[in-house]
Design a protein around this ligand. Sequence first.
Ligand code: S3P
Length: 427
Amino acid sequence: MKVEPAGALVGHIAVPGDKSISHRALLVGALTEGETRVREFGRSGDTESTLHAVRALGVTVDEEADDELVVHGVGLRGLRSPGDPVDCGNAGTLLRLLTGILTGQHGTFVLTGDDSLRSRPMDRIAEPLTRMGARITTADGRAPLTIDGTDALHGIEYVLPVPSAQVKSAILLAGLNAEGVTTVVESVPTRDHTELMLEAAGARVRRRPASVTVEPAARLQLDEVVVPGDVSAAAPFLVGATLLAGSDLTIHDVGLNPRRTGLLDVLERMGARISVYNRRKVAGEWLGDIEVRSAELTGTEIKPEEVPLLVDELPIFALAAAFARGESRVRGAGELRVKETDRIESVTNALRALGIRIRASDDGFGVRGVPSRPNGGRMSSEGDHRIAMLGAVAGLVSREGVEVGGADAAAISFPGFFDILESVSRR
Ligand code: S3P
């Protein structure tokens, strides 16, 4: 798909419901007793995989509207093996959280996914879950995973070796069906949607600055989840509007959980003009309206402890950095190498192809910014949704437009992305 240059981004938009929270609403809803109504559910390729998965495991989900679902929970140990493997598609969050859940169910389950998901590390969950007494076989540390459910899980205290909310969540979810308490220690805070939702569902969760503990649960009940807009889906628009002179764009009802808003903080310290209105808490999560106007940016350095707060936004940060005066750097982001693609390589390949001066390092990248439009050209998403959206915004801010190869990958997290982008682009 060719994305032509734009003059400005102007108007009001909403983005899909948060992907992390949408996955969790289905997965935790499945474990409750009674009904969980999920409002503003974020439909996407990834969350569609979760919908299929919970249904395959015996959970009834009514679709009352495109973005409103009712999950009929089967209780903490009520999932049933479908016999066939459960296909998690491209969704790492689904595969990892569901593994934690299945360790304490009755029966044998096989979880697999697409080529990208089957190449990603799963020993990071298999290892701590095995310590809890889980029976998991991996294919050389990768999916497919075979999980033999057991009644004999026990709590552990586990220090996360890599900052990962997916690993933390898998362990906490297994802890619901374990004997004794389960504690995950994280030296660097990661997103806490699992903890917040389990608390809302009545689980006993104790949160300290560097750890979280869950007690075994007798039953969960979660009447309603209202999913805020996905700040990661808002990110390409925030960067596009910042870079295009004359922009004034408002994104409504965006999730503002402080463990997700690292990009807002980083853009602001680079000089971006971002205002938040109507900040409020709904069902335990912060949200608000974000207005962004164009601004001139200065380069910045992202430190390792900031990385989890904007990990999925680092590709689009690279484009902001390309326009910022001076050098920008990202350090301590080795986790980018094990995302849907190796995002240190895929971001570098994509932006270099457009004439942007970006260099990869082992655990991040450096960008030499120039506050003027790059020429444009051709790049490839490499099948990665975040890279497809990066390419599209690069097209808007380029001189000659960008041909985005594999643009359809955007639908993994944001099916209407190109239409919404077009609707606010002024040429
Ligand atoms: C997610 C956690 C992050 C993030 C992913 C979603 C989650 O992954 O990159 O897109 O929903 O918990 P890691 O936990 O592997 O860092």
